[in-house]
Design a protein around this ligand. Structure first.
Ligand code: HEC
Length: 138
């Protein structure tokens, strides 16, 4: 009788202990998954915002996303490449260059393209989202 009680107590303690450890493990694991997903989601949302804004501003009338030429160059794969300007200068299309091309399109005009892009007065956040979207097309 006494031994049985001890066994029972041990059994309960061990089971509860194991369940506790298991729950801790699950909690840590799901937190990891949630964290990973949330950063992915945020990135996805930002990129989507950039796409929606540029669509609503009409950028796609002159710029394609798939590499095909329009009135202006396609946005596909331009980020980080060297661009040739009509001034004879060459410049790397970094984040800053892309931002400048949108708010002051005529300060640097690409070689073999007309200087007809209108300038856009955007909030910094919108500008950032558009540029991140362009950069994601690489
Ligand atoms: C009326 C046509 C037109 C519209 C609308 C237009 N663009 Fe442009 N864009 C051009 C042309 C043409 C060029 C190339 C000549 C130049 O550098 O200005 C250009 C150049 C650019 C460049 C530099 C690309 C490179 O390869 O270096 C970026 C970035 C850009 N546009 C973004 C935008 C964004 C963002 C919008 C909308 C908010 C927009 N454009 C709307 C015609 C347009």
């Amino acid at each position: 009788m006494k031994i049985d009680e001890l066994d029972m107590e041990n059994f309960v303690t061990l089971t509860l202990g194991a369940m506790y450890l298991f729950l801790l493990f699950c909690f840590g694991f799901s937190k990891q998954i949630l964290l990973a997903n949330s950063t992915d989601d945020n990135k996805g949302k930002d990129l989507l915002a950039g796409k929606v804004i540029s669509q609503s501003l009409g950028c796609m009338a002159c710029h394609s996303l798939d590499g095909s030429e329009g009135v202006g160059p396609s946005w596909k794969g331009i980020a980080g490449t060297t661009r040739e300007l009509d001034s004879g200068e060459k410049i790397v299309a970094d984040h800053f260059y892309l931002e400048e091309s949108i708010i002051q399109p005529n300060s640097k005009v690409l070689l073999n393209y007309p200087a007809i892009m209108p300038s856009y007065d955007l909030m910094h956040r919108e500008l950032d989202e558009i540029v991140e979207f362009i950069e994601s097309l690489n």
